[in-house]
Ligand binder design. Structure first.
Ligand SMILES: *Cc1c(COP(=O)(O)O)cnc(C)c1O
Length: 388
């Protein structure tokens, strides 16, 4: 047996490796604190679980779901976007249910990238954009996210010949892994760039609801005319503590949504309708109050971690979005070395910046996904390892 060549192009999934090392340490009896994976530690709100219970008993929901998502779910997403972002969406043509936004981010590439086409992808970034570009035979053109640019890509730095062969641009703000945010001016620039060069703009808005200190994250679709070039990926996973449920949506440009639908109908058969309807409950039943509650939890954790790190000279800015800290590693170490040191010597799992791309060198990512006492313990353990 020999797997396809395209498999050999794909580096091992970052967290699969970290999980393996972590499992080995746990087996050795080490008390591990995991700040590695971006997976909320608190449970899904009870009213959403109850909605699933109810919907699971509805016999109609036991059949194949509508591939584009149930009308109720698509309408709920459109209504939510109007209230939250002031964005009008046609639920029939401009909204599609996803089996988690990761699924849509992967499949949109198959809908737009032919072999030899470029995809403009930030570096560091959520790995899916790059891996699926490679799987589809496309060429990732990596746009460095540098601290001095606020971790925003510089579109003017993309070579003309690359732009000429490009099809698609990925952005993600609030950003994983750098925790940077972008304002509407930046999104306007991105829309202008994509309109000028006839590119599809894919905005991954997985962290739209996870913001702090009064900051409210925009949708790229708030830019006037953005729908001509943009599609946005919205996820219920992180803000509702629903990562295991697999529910999200692609919204925006109708042609992009339709093309994505062609890949999806030929690949999956949609998400269980009962889960979509539990998603409707999440979106309709006072989500803002829940986000405020969770964001207070994360903001307190953020402050604890930032203080702990700063006290030993690891200078990290307080992020206004996501539930990550993007922490510069001490000068003596690479990202991988510092990650290994923390796991082996401190029993703390973090993600090496290089897991998100070469421009992640010099950083680790800390996820604020443990309760305060464990987070304090993790910071104490990290502090003991940091000799500056
Ligand atoms: C977690 C995450 C996703 C995936 O979310 P799902 O909706 O659970 O698939 C997408 N993009 C980014 C940047 C993420 O961090």
């Amino acid at each position: 047996m020999k797997a396809a060549n395209r498999i050999a192009k794909i580096p091992p999934y970052l967290f699969a490796e970290i999980d393996k090392k972590m499992a080995e340490a746990v087996a050795r009896g080490v008390d591990i604190i995991s700040l590695g994976i971006g997976d909320p530690d608190r449970p899904t709100p009870g009213h959403i679980i109850e909605a699933l219970n109810r919907e699971a008993r509805v016999a109609d929901n036991h059949r194949y779901p509508a591939y584009e998502g149930s009308a109720r779910f698509r309408e709920a997403v459109a209504t939510y976007y109007r209230g939250r972002f002031g964005v009008e969406l046609d639920p029939d043509r401009e909204v599609m249910a996803l089996i988690g936004s990761k699924e849509g981010l992967a499949h949109i590439i198959w809908a737009f990238v032919d072999p030899g086409d470029y995809a403009l992808i930030p570096d560091p970034a959520y790995p899916v954009y790059k891996t699926h570009t490679l799987l589809a035979g496309g060429i990732p053109y990596l746009m460095p996210l540098r601290k001095e640019n606020g971790f925003l890509p510089d579109f003017d730095a993309v070579p003309k010949d690359v732009i000429a062969r490009a099809k698609i641009v990925f952005l993600n703000y609030p950003n994983n892994p750098t925790a940077a945010v972008a304002d509407l001016d930046f999104f306007q620039k991105a829309v202008d760039f994509c309109r000028e060069h006839r590119l599809l703009l894919c905005h991954d808005n997985a962290y739209a609801e996870m913001t702090y200190d009064g900051y409210v994250a925009p949708s790229v679709l708030e830019v006037p005319g953005a729908k001509e070039v943009a599609v946005e990926f919205y996820s219920l996973s992180k803000p509702f503590n629903m990562t295991g449920w697999r529910i999200g949506a692609a919204v925006g440009n109708a042609e992009a949504v339709e093309a994505l639908g062609i890949i999806k109908t030929n690949t999956d058969s949609g998400q269980f309708t009962a889960i979509q309807h539990a998603g409707v409950e999440a979106l309709e039943n006072n989500p803002k109050a829940f986000f405020e509650e969770m964001n207070l939890v994360y903001a307190r954790r953020r402050d604890i971690a930032v203080e702990g790190l700063s006290s030993v000279g690891l200078e990290v800015e307080k992020p206004r979005g996501t539930f990550y800290l993007w922490v510069p590693v001490p000068r003596l170490y690479s990202a991988a070395e510092f990650t290994a040191l923390l796991l082996d010597q401190a029993g703390v799992v973090v993600a090496p910046g290089t897991g998100y791309g070469e421009y992640g060198e010099g950083y680790i990512r800390i996820a604020l996904t443990v309760e305060e006492d464990r987070l304090k313990e993790a910071m104490d353990r990290i502090a003991r390892q940091v000799k500056l």
